[in-house]
Structures are given as structure tokens and as C-alpha cells.
Design a protein around this ligand. Structure first.
Ligand code: AP5
Length: 233
């Protein structure tokens, strides 16, 4: 038997598409690290590091941090040993230069599987405006498993629930504008590839989870990569 093929997954989509929600569950079920560039940057802001100071205002305006900076972060992260069986990338790449840089990083590694989650803009705005996150542990309070307007405290740690700094209506609209300007062309960069597939994200989280799992399994079959059936929640 040959060496196992790593399961290298990229989940793309606009703000609020459910990338983070689905990446978290898929990565956990497969025992792979989830690498979210948004989470990495928010942690840097929260910790008050030099990186955090450099990116805070950019994120709060709904703009993208520079390709050079974010590519350096991802390159360093993908050099760590825990990605040897694969990884799930959430929020990267987001521009054509980032996608090209990822292709360079992947030279000599197992292939990428790229899945785009598609959701109409108005549903995205509704989801993002409804989102609450825990100020202490960063947990996302799901707009469908709890009524965020009634939930006063985080179920995991009891922390205060707040809106994300970039989730105001004006900033969400700016993030969507940036998405259509900078990220949508990058999706065209992938769309001709056999390892790319788009799925309909305007369904329940369970339906999206199922479709994502099926799609990744089909794409992975082309590479000889095995996916594990997801454990029931
Ligand atoms: P990032 O954190 O990546 O933000 P985003 O792409 O705008 O995505 P979101 O986190 O808003 O949404 P999501 O698709 O993960 O959806 P979620 O699962 O949370 O980036 C933040 C910022 O960092 C950027 O604006 C930029 O400044 C910077 N940055 C990050 N990466 C960068 C890069 N590569 N280059 C440059 N800059 C970068 O779901 C959203 C809500 O909907 C939740 O409340 C959830 O519970 C709910 N929900 C999920 N699925 C469903 C469903 N099926 N039905 C109903 N509700 C649902």
C-alpha cells in the first residue's frame, strides 16, 4: 500500500456563508486542523500583539489585510507538522495573488480540494447581523440553535455575548463589496479545475454539512484520499 494522501481542503465563500461553521465541524470530524485566517487575525487583535495593531483598523473597516502579510502567516502555518494528514482552510485564499501563492506553497504536496459555499447577499447580511460571539472565548452563538437576542451569556464559558466589531450593517455591506471586487475573480481562477465544486449554502446547516461532506468525498475519490464518515452531533 502507498502512503495515505493528505486531505487538503479549502472552503471559500462570502462573509456569512457558513465557512467557519462548516470548516469547524468538518475538521473536527476528520481530525484535521482548521486554519481560519479571520480567527488568527482576531486573536492577534485581542492579544494586542504587533500584528494585531497592524490589522485592527483594516478589519474594522471591512477591508482585506495585505496579500503579503496574510500569505506569510499561512505559509508559516502550513509548514507545521500537524498538517501532514491534511488541513481545512477557512478565509484563505481571498484574492488571485493569494490563490497563486497557495499554489506555490502546495508544490510537492497532495492536491487541494476547493469547495465554494454560495449564498445570496441579503441572506448573508441577515446572518451576519444576527451573529453574536462570546467576548471571552470567541464562541459563535448560532442564529439558528439559540435566539441571540435572548441569550445573555455564552453557553460554553458564561462570557458576555457581543457583535463582532466588523458585523455592523455598513461594514457588512463593505465586506460584500470587497468580496465581489477582490474574491469573486479568485473563484473564477479555481472554477475550471476538476478539484473545485460549488455548493448551495442557502439551506439549513445540517443540509449544508451533508452536501459538503458528500462533495469533498467525491472530489477526494479522484485523488485516492479517504474521508471519515462524520460522527453524529
Ligand atoms: P473572516 O473571519 O474570514 O470573515 P468573513 O469571510 O467575512 O466570514 P465570516 O466569519 O463573517 O462568515 P463565515 O462564512 O465564516 O460564516 P459563519 O460560519 O461565521 O475575516 C474577517 C476579516 O479578516 C476580513 O474582513 C479581513 O479584514 C481579514 N481577513 C481574513 N482573512 C483574510 C485574507 N485571506 N486576506 C485578507 N484579509 C483577511 O456563519 C455566519 C453566521 O451565520 C453565524 O452566526 C452562523 O451561526 C450562521 N450560519 C451559518 N450557517 C448557517 C446556515 N446554513 N443557515 C443559517 N445560519 C447559518
Amino acid at each position: 500500500m502507498g502512503d495515505a494522501v493528505a486531505l487538503n481542503v479549502v472552503i471559500l465563500g462570502p462573509p456569512g456563508a457558513g465557512k467557519g461553521t462548516q470548516a469547524e465541524r468538518f475538521a473536527r470530524a476528520q481530525g484535521l486542523p482548521k486554519i481560519s485566517t479571520g480567527d488568527i487575525l482576531r486573536e492577534a487583535v485581542q492579544s494586542g500583539s504587533e500584528l494585531g495593531h497592524a490589522v485592527q483598523a483594516i478589519m474594522e473597516r471591512g477591508e482585506l489585510v495585505s496579500d503579503k502579510l496574510i500569505t506569510g502567516i499561512v505559509r508559516e502555518r502550513l509548514d507545521r507538522a500537524d498538517v501532514s494528514a491534511g488541513f481545512v482552510l477557512d478565509g484563505f485564499p481571498r484574492t488571485v495573488p493569494q490563490a497563486r501563492a497557495l499554489d506555490e506553497i502546495m508544490v510537492g504536496r497532495d492536491p487541494l480540494i476547493v469547495v465554494e459555499i454560495r449564498v445570496p447577499d441579503e441572506e448573508l447580511v441577515r446572518r451576519v447581523r444576527a451573529r453574536r460571539v462570546c467576548h471571552s472565548c470567541g464562541a459563535n452563538v448560532s442564529a439558528f440553535s439559540a435566539d441571540p437576542s435572548r441569550a445573555a451569556r455564552c453557553e460554553k464559558c458564561g462570557g458576555e455575548l457581543v457583535s463582532r466589531a466588523d458585523d455592523s450593517e455598513a461594514v457588512v455591506r463593505e465586506r460584500l463589496r470587497v468580496y465581489w471586487r477582490d474574491t469573486r475573480p479568485m473563484i473564477d481562477y479555481y472554477s475550471g479545475r476538476t478539484m473545485f465544486q460549488a455548493i448551495d449554502g442557502a439551506q439549513s446547516p445540517e443540509q449544508v454539512r451533508h452536501m459538503l461532506l458528500t462533495t469533498i468525498a467525491e472530489l477526494a475519490a479522484g485523488t485516492g484520499t479517504a474521508t471519515q464518515p462524520e460522527a453524529q452531533p
